[in-house]
Write a protein that binds this ligand. Structure first.
Ligand code: NDP
Ligand code: 2IT
Length: 445
């Protein structure tokens, strides 16, 4: 459709060099073209022109002092993308690769993902090019305090609610919350999610993204008369999302044979021993290569891409963007993969997604399949507002219902617009419509 293509071209021209942002805009806008065609009011009200422009972009200096007494400076970002259906909501990423394009792509995805959860949360994302690897606890704390000193001016439990992403887990959220509380002189627990359980974090938030991914994939497989029992599964990454994806996949009877970090991957043909992975990653904060010390029959290989050459039935990329390119997609299909579920954000390149769909691989796209994390973050906000906590089972059951609804709404939207079985199109349409209609209701703002 010409209108949609015009907006994509304009985004590329107006935001030079922001490749990750261009890719996600292209994917979302192409998917929703049939909706825009059916609803002339979206074009009349310039919904696409408005939705691709963040409501606010905050960029700031983050100075901190390292353990040697040397002053270090990093870049800080918070992109407040869209608040049509709730306060900005989305994680903070700490990784040396972070730049404006990456934060904008993540923030844009978050708008539609958060809408799919059915909960009142808008879209945002932030982070820094700070590299947490090899830093002491004190360095992490000083960085987080400096980062929050500026960020605190822009967030709030009804304004913008950050959480974790790559490089940000319970430890970092603790330091960020402590500094926010100190600056505000108020106990506003709902300003951050992913908090520790002792200070109003939600049970099951840590597990939510990985578990939610498996709940989603289970529905997708069930519709194809398949299940995870006895299936060979490859899961990339070994961080928060990967760890709890492995846990739930194993609980569903799958054999998970591989996982990875940014240095390399392990292959354990008998099935991964998750306690070993947790000890290495959650306790020692060490490299995944250490796995073979505890499991001498397993193999370790340098480099990340090789993990996709392992023969498997189901592939769950849970590390980072762009990790499955067309070449890896072809190898996976050649080796018989029949389902792919994205735990990470945008782990498959656009041509890899097209290839999977063309080959009839069941494909669960990130913004639907990994929405469990932010959904439980929203449940954490609810609990904080009530000043009351639900049990693990209560939260987990709500998560199961949410993932089921996302699957059903995405499936229905795909069918309604003539793309039966295409969850990429289905989830983009289902996520978009609610935000677009709220924007129209609010007038030109
Ligand atoms: P973590 O920091 O806990 O783990 C990230 C994992 O991915 C680590 O194993 C890391 O290895 C690996 N990794 C990171 N960057 C790269 C890279 N450039 N190349 C190869 N491997 C890499 O983060 P999460 O598990 O929280 O996040 C993983 C993905 O899931 C991200 O795409 C994130 O945006 C997405 N996500 C996270 C949610 C959450 O709730 N946490 C919710 C929804 C999506 P190493 O340790 O060597 O860096
Ligand atoms: O990508 C994501 O959805 C997250 N990193 C989780 C965001 C959140 O606010 O819990």
């Amino acid at each position: 459709m010409m209108y949609v293509q015009k907006i994509i071209d304009k985004v590329i021209a107006d935001n030079p060099g922001e490749e990750e942002f261009h890719a996600t805009v292209k994917e979302v806008l192409t998917s929703i073209a049939p909706v825009v065609e059916k609803h002339p009011e979206y074009q009349e009200q310039a919904i696409l022109e408005r939705i691709v422009e963040p409501e606010r972009v905050i960029m700031f200096r983050v100075p901190w002092v390292d353990d040697q007494g040397k002053v270090q400076v990093n870049k800080g970002y918070r992109v407040q993308f869209n608040s049509a259906i709730g306060p900005y909501k989305g994680g903070l990423r700490l990784h040396p690769s972070v730049n404006l394009s990456i934060i904008k792509f993540l923030g844009f995805e978050q708008i539609f993902k958060n809408s799919l959860t059915g909960l009142p949360i808008g879209g945002g994302k932030g982070g820094s090019n700070f590299d947490p690897k090899g830093k002491s606890d004190n360095e992490i704390m000083r960085f987080c305090q400096s980062f929050m000193t500026e960020l605190s001016r822009h967030i709030g439990q009804d304004t913008d609610v950050p959480a974790g992403d790559i490089g940000v887990g319970g430890r970092e959220i603790g330091y960020l919350f402590g500094q926010y509380k100190r600056i505000r002189n108020a106990y506003e627990a709902g300003v951050l999610t992913g908090k520790g359980l002792g200070y109003w974090g939600s049970l099951a938030r840590k597990e939510a993204t990985g578990y939610g991914l498996l709940y989603f994939v289970r529905h997708m497989l069930a519709d194809a008369n398949e299940s995870l029992a006895g299936k060979t599964v490859v899961i990339s990454g070994s961080g928060n999302v990967a760890t709890y994806a492995i846990e739930k996949a194993q609980e569903f009877g799958a054999k998970v044979v591989a996982c990875s970090d940014s240095n390399g991957y392990i292959y354990d043909k008998d099935g991964i021993d998750l306690d070993v992975v947790k000890e290495i990653k959650e306790v020692k904060r060490a490299r995944i290569s250490e796995y073979i010390k505890a499991r001498p029959n397993a193999e370790y290989h340098e480099g990340c891409k090789g993990i996709w050459t392992i023969k498997c039935d189901v592939a769950l990329p849970c590390a980072t963007q762009g990790e499955i390119d067309l070449e890896s997609a072809k190898v996976l299909v050649e080796n018989g993969v029949f389902a792919v579920g994205e735990g990470a954000n945008m782990p498959s390149t656009l041509d890899a997604i097209d290839y999977f769909l063309e080959k009839g691989v069941l494909f669960a796209p990130a913004k639907a399949a990994n929405a469990g994390g932010v959904a439980v973050s929203a449940l954490e906000m609810s609990q904080n507002s009530m000043r009351y906590s639900w049990t693990f089972e209560e939260v987990d059951n709500k998560l199961k219902d949410i993932m089921k609804n996302i699957y059903e709404n995405s499936t229905k939207a795909a069918e309604e617009y003539g793309f039966k079985g295409n969850l990429v199109v289905g989830s983009n349409i289902a996520g978009f419509k609610k935000v677009a209609d709220a924007m129209i209701a609010h007038g030109v703002v």
